[in-house]
Design a protein around this ligand. Structure first.
Ligand code: LLP
Length: 401
């Protein structure tokens, strides 16, 4: 049991708390599921890019999937070996490509023909050969929220099968490109196995057709997307996930890469916020807390559900309320229509499953300093990011007019 009250007293609120031992369990579960074949788990840094958290994953043997050169730098700083780092993303700048090539990371994952031309040109300038993979868009509906679905042609990600094949042939004929990987990622918070299996089948068929023309793909990257339980979802078991992928790879000797973000860190995280006031407007009850959409955006942005509890109070004789923050937007809420007990000033509310896409999507709207972050490991709590101050928020601004 985590002692949320003690943590809130010690570090203040709003506060993010991450249970690193839970991350270890998630990593081990997935690694075990892939046992029996060559595999690399490349943690999707975007889900939570705190350096201590990445460093914890590095200590477990994880690689990193990055979508900006900033994330690549974080991964390297946190001790992820360069040959376990992948750089993806639809819009890499020239300076990002150059730095990634100089850093000698495992793969640049390409998302368009135009990008491949840039990478070839920059590799040529550097006198290097770029190890690349190509993100294929298998045009499969992942059956998740439209904002986090990426594997349909209507989305901006990846290239279609025909374009991918043309790119592989072209890359194979270049002195500056080494096409050794293939990649797909159809969406996030996936709870159905079939779309993943179908996509893997389509992409594995492409790998076989490339093999027939002597283009040897060594890394088969199945992206991320494994869903977690926020409410009462039925999720995919890592074992079934791995078996489904294995079943598509007959005749292929590839290293499987997967890029989980949410699965690895989502349920390890808690967002702690204190009750400021309660009020009732025309019969509607609001619990106003000191955390807001700028700290945890998912409810406002996706109408995402996060379980909330009032620490030490039982909801059984509660009534329906919205948990809202101080930000000046009607869309600023952490939870809607939840049965919660009557609260008092300074009661503590814990928002669950806040480890992924929580702090990383936070901002300073309404000049609100971002929360501190604390790690729990082996029964010990450690501050891993200091709470921002007003001075931090204004330090890059100039008052010159
Ligand atoms: N690989 C690629 C290429 C991705 O685009 C993503 C996530 C991942 C891996 C990791 O996906 P995961 O295992 O975490 O599902 N902000 C949204 C989620 C956006 C996901 C973007 N891409 C949210 O809060 O739900």
């Amino acid at each position: 049991m985590i002692d949320f009250n003690t943590l809130a007293d010690k570090y203040g609120t709003p506060l993010y708390v991450y249970d690193f031992d839970h991350i270890t369990q998630q990593y081990e579960k997935l690694k075990k599921a892939f046992a029996g074949r060559k595999s690399l788990i490349s943690y999707a840094v975007k889900a939570n890019s705190n350096l201590s958290l990445i460093s914890h994953l590095a200590s477990l043997g994880s690689g990193a999937d990055c979508v900006s050169i900033g994330e690549v730098r974080r991964a390297l700083m946190a001790g992820i070996p360069k040959y376990q780092i992948i750089f993806s993303g639809v819009g890499k700048r020239d300076d990002e490509i150059e730095e990634a090539l100089k850093s000698d990371i495992l793969l640049l994952n390409l998302e368009s023909e135009a990008e491949m031309e840039r990478v070839e040109e920059i590799s040529k300038k550097l006198g290097k050969q770029a190890r690349i993979s190509i993100r294929v868009n298998p045009n499969i509906d992942p059956k998740t929220h439209p904002y986090i679905s990426t594997g349909l042609h209507e989305n901006k990600f990846g290239v279609d099968l025909e374009t991918a094949k043309r790119m592989y042939i072209r890359a194979n004929n270049s002195d500056y490109l080494d096409p050794i990987g293939i990649h797909f990622h159809i969406g996030s918070q996936l709870t159905e196995l079939e779309p993943i299996k179908e996509s893997a089948q389509i992409v594995a068929d492409l790998v076989r057709s490339l093999k027939a023309i002597k283009i040897d793909i060594k890394f088969f990257d199945v992206g991320g997307g494994l869903g977690i339980v926020y409410d009462n979802e039925t999720t995919i078991e890592p074992y079934d996930y791995a078996q489904a992928i294995f079943s598509t790879l007959y005749g292929l000797d590839v290293t499987i890469i997967c890029e989980p973000g949410r699965f690895m860190v989502g349920n390890c995280g808690y967002f702690l916020t204190k009750v400021l006031y309660e009020k009732v407007n025309e019969g509607k009850r609001f619990i106003i807390v000191d955390g807001a959409m700028n700290d945890l955006l998912r409810p406002s942005l996706y109408n995402a559900y996060h379980k909330v509890e009032v620490v030490g109070k039982d909801s059984s004789d509660g009534s329906e309320a919205d948990v809202v923050g101080p930000v000046c937007e009607s869309g600023d809420f952490l939870a809607k229509k939840r049965v919660l007990p009557k609260t008092e000033h300074n009661d503590l509310i814990v928002v669950h499953s806040a480890g992924a896409y929580g702090f990383v999507m936070s901002g300073n709207y309404n000049t609100r300093p971002r929360p501190a972050e604390v790690a729990l490991k082996d029964g010990k709590d450690t501050l891993i990011r200091v709470r921002e101050t007003f001075e931090d928020l204004i330090k890059l601004e100039k008052m010159c007019l």
